[in-house]
Design a protein around this ligand. Structure first.
Ligand code: SAM
Length: 302
């Protein structure tokens, strides 16, 4: 059980990192940092081992203590919580490492899903590993993996892009950079930006590119829309309910040949059209990429 993990020797430090000091005789064995995935909606998705671990540790580092207290209350657990979020993580990491060194085992959770995946925890995990401490995962829900598992899009190779930039110009630039990417693309998106993000994807990748929009996974209004990007956008525009909740957007990668040329042409057009008249930008982008000019003209929204 996680309460009494086997005491293997702590992993050696990474190359170039200082070696952790050997424990002094009589000093307590260092504790373990358990990184625990929690539900992305359905509270029943907390694994039995995760629950046992959350009960057994000395304290839980939580992104939002009120949120985690609700999850614990649902499972009848009372625990000591330490707030660890993006604003205090850098300062708090050293103190948490000291507690682990002193022999306490601790857990790290975020509000939903797997910590460190578009969530806090990276600094703490790195600090614990650099100190030669044991960091052990309790795997479980993760929104983009859940979406990929039901999407029916190629899943042998994919790229997780997290959240797109909030500002339109930066978002379009990021999408233009991804237009020729052959692997399936995974994005997180919020309700108030989903429509704009989809429209920008249509402009960057073309309306025919297959896509899946997974909304409110594991919750009451779980919906998985699939089809060409333009059709998914039209469904979201037509139905306000499809703009509510939490979203994972998956977009199939650019095809090997024709798709890749058009994608590259659109990427070039998006950049060139910021400096040249649209017709000149389209002509140059078509020449450089080998894509037909009419597939590029007007593809950037500037
Ligand atoms: N750490 C989490 C994980 O493992 O997936 C992600 C945290 S990130 C701050 C939150 C974003 O994940 C949401 O804005 C949404 O894009 C996505 N997400 C979380 N829960 C979801 C759900 N139930 N259905 C669809 N997307 C979800």
């Amino acid at each position: 059980m996680p309460a009494a993990p086997p005491r293997e020797p702590a992993a050696t430090a990474r190359p170039g990192m200082p070696r952790p000091e050997a424990p002094r005789p009589g000093a307590p064995s260092p504790g373990t940092l358990f990184v625990v995935a929690t539900p992305i909606g359905n509270l029943g998705d907390l694994s039995p081992r995760a629950l046992e671990t959350l009960k057994s540790v000395a304290a839980i580092c939580a992104e939002d203590t009120r949120h985690t207290r609700q999850l614990l209350a649902h499972h009848g657990v009372e625990q000591s919580l330490v707030a660890l979020h993006e604003h205090n993580e850098a300062d708090l990491a050293a103190r948490i490492v000291e507690r682990l060194r002193g022999g306490e085992s601790l857990a790290l959770v975020s509000d939903a899903g797997t910590p460190l995946v578009s969530d806090p925890g990276f600094r703490l995990v790195r600090a614990a590993r650099e100190a030669g401490l044991r960091v052990s995962p309790l795997p479980g829900p993760c929104a983009f993996v859940a979406a990929l598992s039901v999407a029916g899009l190629p899943s042998d190779r994919f790229v997780f892009e997290g959240f797109l930039p909030a500002k339109g110009a930066a978002r379009r630039e990021r999408l233009a950079q991804l237009a020729a990417e052959p692997r399936t693309l995974a994005f997180y998106e919020s309700a108030h930006r989903i429509e704009d993000a989809l429209a920008d994807c249509v402009a960057a990748f073309g309306g025919e590119r297959p896509a899946v929009l997974a909304r409110e996974l594991t919750k009451l209004f779980e919906t998985v829309l699939d089809g060409p990007l333009a059709t998914v956008l039209a469904q979201v525009q037509a139905d306000p309910n499809q703009r509510k909740g939490e979203f994972v957007l998956l977009v199939q990668g650019a095809g090997e040949d024709a798709d890749a040329k058009v994608a590259e042409g659109r990427r070039l057009y998006a950049t060139l059209s910021q400096h040249l008249p649209p017709s000149t930008a389209a002509r140059l982008a078509a020449e450089l990429s080998g894509a037909p000019r009419k597939a590029l003209y007007g593809s950037g929204r500037d």
